[in-house]
Every structure is written in C-alpha cells, then in structure tokens.
Design a protein. Structure first.
Length: 282
C-alpha cells in the first residue's frame, strides 16, 4: 500500500509538471508507449505469448474508450484544480460503479449500496458546494472522468471472467496508444530534458499503482486496503501545500470521509452476504 500511495502521488506530480509543457493527449500517448513496452517485456519474459491475443476485442475497445476518457479528465483536472480536490472527486468512482453494475450487470441494489450511493452523493455536494461556490468546469471534467472510470471498471469486471490481467493491460496500452497519438497531432510538442523523466515516472506509476493495490488485496482484507487508499487524500494535500502553495479545504476531507464510509459499508455488506451463503460439501 505504501507503493500504491507513492505511485498515485508521483503520477499526480508528474502530470502537473508535464501540463506546463505538453498537451494532455500527448501525455497519454507517451504513457501508453511506456506502458506497452513494460507489459510486452513482462509477457515476453513469461513466454506466455497467448496473452497477446483475445477473443473479446469489442469489449476491450469499449472499455478503453471510456478508460481513455477517464484518464484525460483526471490529468486535465490535475492541471486545473488543487491536487486534493481531484483525488477527492476520484473517490466517487465506486459510487458510479455500483450504479452501473446494478443497471447493466443485473447486480442487486442492496441497502448497503443505497447507503453508499447516498453518502457518496452527499460527499460530492459538500466538495463542490453548489449554491455556495460556482461549480467550475474543471470539477465537472473530473466527475465525468470518474464516471468514465466506473464504466471501465465495470467492463474490466466482465473481462476478468475470461481474460488474464496482463492481457487486459496489453490491450489497454495497444488500443489507447493510437488514440492518444491521433488526438495529440494538432499540438505535438517535442519533450525536452526533465520532461522525459516525468513521462517515465507517469508511465511507470500508472502500472505500479494498480499492481500494488491488487497485490495488497492478496495479503489482507479489501476493507483495510480501501481504508489505507484513503490516505492518499491527506498525502496529496500535503504535497499540494508544500510544492504548489495550494490551500486545503476542510470540506474536501469531510466529503471524502463520507465517500469512504459509504464504500466501507458497501464492502462490509458484500462480505457479510458472501459469508452467509451456505457451502455444499461434495
């Protein structure tokens, strides 16, 4: 989890530094290039060449169109908003994922999910403060990005039934690379000097963050992982204050705490129902 927290924070810093010199689409293009090289190297080292192929290209394409949109909105938000606000709004992803799963994957809308969704919406209202402060377009971009991520997560869940995680990562980089290239051609800038360092950091941490999260879940309960993942909000707030002179609003912490409580209630409810399912001995 320390690796995951460090990865998310470094990726945000890299995105903020690169936003001053490179277009967001170009950042995503280089991220895909670096990620593709790394994933290909890992698959090649395992000699499992079948992981380069898939029978579900349409679903991979659908997933990555929305995942690309989510990444674009997240990096755009990093450039325009305080880092803590972007991370706080990102915590709405489980909220949207629950709604999408209930609507399109026929998952039941339980009491815990309803409470989670309600707390999540309350958290959003506290963070963006409608009626008190004008909801700026940057906040809307990050919220739309969170919805895109939720659709991508739901698609990943569907893919995980038949696809290896490395295949999902390989197809992600392979599909998103040409999209990023085409959309960045109108304002393509050659990276210089330290830009290459930040691009390398963004490309590496984008993979290491999710690898560390997944690995952490194999060692402990999901509730502990989610709780520890919440620590990246105060951590990135400190980074924003120290490196960029940003102000940390208490409303961000209160709103994000409501989201965290909602997520934990939802996870606890799922675990309780799973424990209550009787097992049949054969």
């Amino acid at each position: 989890m320390i690796g995951a927290l460090a990865s998310f924070c470094l990726m945000a810093i890299g995105g903020r530094e690169l936003s001053e010199h490179l277009d967001t689409f170009q950042i995503l293009f280089y991220r895909s290039v670096i990620g593709l090289i790394m994933v290909v190297a890992v698959i090649a080292s395992t000699r499992q060449t079948h992981l380069f192929t898939t029978q579900r290209l349409h679903l991979h394409t659908f997933r990555n169109l929305f995942h690309f949109g989510g990444q674009f909105g997240w990096f755009k938000g990093i450039a325009l908003l305080p880092l803590a606000e972007v991370f706080a709004l990102e915590f709405t992803v489980p909220l949207w994922t629950a709604l999408i799963a209930c609507t399109f994957l026929n998952e039941s809308l339980t009491r815990e999910k309803l409470i989670s969704i309600s707390l999540g919406l309350a958290g959003v209202l506290i963070i963006v403060q409608p009626g008190i402060a004008i909801i700026n377009s940057a906040s809307v971009i990050v919220l739309v990005a969170a919805i895109c991520y939720a659709i991508a997560h739901s698609s990943t869940k569907a893919l995980s039934n038949t696809e290896h995680p490395l295949t999902i990562l390989f197809m992600m980089c392979l599909i998103q690379l040409p999209i990023g290239l085409l959309l960045s051609l109108h304002d393509f800038q050659q990276p210089h000097g330290v830009d290459w360092l930040w691009l390398g950091i963004v490309g590496f941490t984008a993979l290491s963050a999710h690898y560390c999260l997944t690995k952490a879940m194999t060692y402990t309960e999901v509730t502990l992982v989610v709780t520890m993942d919440f620590l990246r909000l105060p951590l990135i707030a400190v980074v924003g204050v120290l490196l960029y002179g940003e102000k940390f609003e208490i409303a961000l912490l209160v709103g994000a705490l409501l989201m965290l409580i909602g997520n934990l209630l939802n996870i606890y409810g799922n675990q309780t129902r799973a424990a209550d399912i009787p097992t049949t001995k054969k």
